[in-house]
Design a protein around this ligand. Structure first.
Ligand SMILES: C[S@@+](CC[C@H](N)C(=O)[O-])C[C@H]1O[C@@H](n2cnc3c(N)ncnc32)[C@H](O)[C@@H]1O
Length: 258
């Protein structure tokens, strides 16, 4: 609790109360350099909500949300089960506080659960008894890795992790990714400061270009409009479309063909 956690810093940006002094201090240091951080977090959550609704409309009823975070407004099970009550949701996070709060809100939900596991060990997620109890991998599954990959450096082989997950999925499954993105060659002072603060956590920040993020959809067919600034992905209205780049997150959805 004396070391800032990325899950709890994100909770702070979203106005949540599941954070400690060290998290708030680190989050405030990021906010001093990047005052838009709450706007970015909200834009990312809105993308997540629209992506889940899109998946429900596409007939998907199973969701594996890896790096799901501390529960907040519009959690995946609320959107999915609100629209299709038979939906099944498994949350996965490494952060013990995120897992504890998720477990609490899911206590009475027999179609949703949470496990503590690391995205970097995908085999353990895929074979976890609580996962295999709820998720039938012979049917389409949506794997959500939203606002998480910027915590997975290339040295942890994100492409290999995603390949392992993809290999377990049936045709018609989907992959949803979003992460902090920038195409500039030079790091801005704001980015440098945010990276410095995230070095204090267990999860240093890795910014990726649009092309690098698009490459992580290898094996999936990108759903239109591809990898874009998150406010531009299936927007509900055109408001904010002009300065979508301010959201600093890019995202997309891929579909596994037959
Ligand atoms: C910025 S939050 C995103 C939460 C949610 N997915 C969203 O988009 O609103 C990132 C979450 O990823 C989790 N995380 C970071 N690295 C992870 C890893 N290797 N395996 C599982 N979870 C991880 C953190 O604990 C945190 O809860």
């Amino acid at each position: 609790m004396e070391r800032p956690s990325v899950a709890r810093m994100y909770d702070y940006y979203l106005g949540g109360s599941h954070n400690f002094a060290a998290d708030r201090e680190a989050a405030r240091a990021v906010l001093a350099a990047v005052p838009d951080a709450p706007l970015m977090a909200q834009a990312n959550r809105a993308f997540l909500r629209r992506a889940v609704q899109f998946l429900i409309d596409a007939g998907v009823r199973q969701f594996l949300d890896i790096g799901s975070g501390i529960p907040t407004v519009g959690n995946v099970h609320e959107i999915a089960q609100g629209a299709a009550p038979d939906s099944r949701v498994v949350y996965v996070d490494v952060d013990p506080i995120a897992v504890a709060h998720s477990r609490e809100i899911l206590a009475d939900n027999d179609r949703a659960t949470v496990i503590r596991e690391d995205l970097r060990r995908p085999e353990r997620i895929l074979t976890h008894p609580q996962v295999t109890e709820l998720i039938d991998f012979s049917r389409p599954v949506a794997v959500l890795i939203v606002a998480v990959l910027h915590f997975v450096p290339d040295s942890d082989r994100p492409a290999e992790i995603l390949r392992t997950l993809r290999t377990a999925l049936a045709p018609g499954s989907h992959l949803v990714l979003s992460q902090v993105s920038d195409d500039a060659d030079d790091e801005s002072p704001q980015q440098h400061e945010a990276e410095r603060v995230y070095q204090l956590t267990d999860n240093p920040l890795v910014v990726r270009t649009r092309a690098e993020l698009a490459a992580l959809f290898d094996g999936f067919d990108l759903v239109e409009p591809g990898v874009v600034w998150v406010p531009q992905w299936h927007p509900e209205c055109t408001e904010g479309a002009d300065d979508a780049e301010r959201a600093a997150f890019r995202g997309g959805v891929g579909r596994l063909g037959d």
